[in-house]
Design a protein around this ligand. Structure first.
Ligand code: PGA
Length: 262
């Protein structure tokens, strides 16, 4: 599925939260609201155990489903892993890859990210590839260098046609779950660098359609100012995506910002 940034893209990463009944309640409310939110792409990214129930609940609405991770093999003796085939089977269209928590706690590297991006694409799943610098790297003025390395290695071996199918999420690690958001100017600086980098690698047309999300303490009250920036096409939301009300509010703010910047 070719991506385009004509509408804001709002994805809710639930991380390791919720049990099935809560998940179903949340997406029921979201499904109901989604009829009024067709000017945004909305994706929920629950833990694996809830994918199936969530899929059933959102059926018939514009809400889409994603998973938080995958393994690159289709099947085999890989205890505890989930394959791209299984995610398709569960009804997923998206998968986050290389989230900083996976890099930090579960040994994810730029190399495994690249393998996973390729595996997702091979199975027609849209990868949401996450990149971003630590506080230390920012303080040492290494943000751009870090992001550039992550883009180059994460996308290694991928051509123009494949780049049309990949979403990128810039998530400064120091802003994730901390309540400290990057200012719109700080975020835009990195987003515009990412778009320039994509233009250099894949040409202007592909870069201009690319979806580049911001993630890190996105809340209803900061969404508008972030999404007003030229190169911010949406948000990857953690904490504030757990409650239907705040997630819906974020989506509304995103739609408003997008309309105004057109
Ligand atoms: P947060 O998480 O919104 O809770 O900061 C964002 C993310 O990790 O994707």
């Amino acid at each position: 599925m070719t991506i385009s940034n004509e509408k804001p893209f709002i994805a809710g990463n639930w991380k390791m939260h919720k049990l099935i009944p809560e998940a179903v309640d949340m997406v029921k409310a979201l499904k109901e609201a989604s009829a009024q939110l067709t000017d945004a792409e909305i994706v929920v990214i629950p833990p694996y155990t809830m994918l199936s129930e969530v899929r059933k609940t959102i059926e018939g609405s514009s809400v889409q489903l994603g998973a938080q991770n995958l393994f690159w093999e289709e099947k085999g003796a890989f205890t505890g892993e989930i394959s791209p085939l299984m995610l398709k089977d569960a009804g997923c269209q998206y998968v986050t890859i290389g989230h900083s928590e996976r890099r930090q706690y579960f040994g994810e590297t730029d190399e495994t990210v690249n393998k996973k991006v390729k595996a997702a694409l091979a199975h027609e799943l849209t990868p949401i590839m996450c990149i971003g610098e630590s506080l230390e790297e920012r303080e040492q003025s290494k943000t751009i260098e870090k992001v550039e390395t992550q883009i180059n290695s994460g996308l290694e071996g991928l051509g123009k046609e494949e780049m049309r199918l990949i979403v990128i999420a810039y998530e400064p690690i120091w802003a994730i779950g901390t309540g400290v958001t990057a200012t719109p100017t700080q975020a835009e600086e990195v987003h515009s660098f990412i778009r320039e980098k994509l233009a250099e690698k894949y040409g202007n047309e592909i870069a201009s359609y690319a979806i580049i999300l911001y993630g890190g303490s996105v809340k209803p009250d900061n969404t508008y100012s972030l999404l007003k920036e030229n190169n911010i096409n949406g948000a990857l939301v953690g904490g504030a995506s757990l409650e239907a009300d705040s997630f819906i509010q974020i989506t509304k703010e995103a739609i408003k910002a997008y309309k105004e910047k057109k």
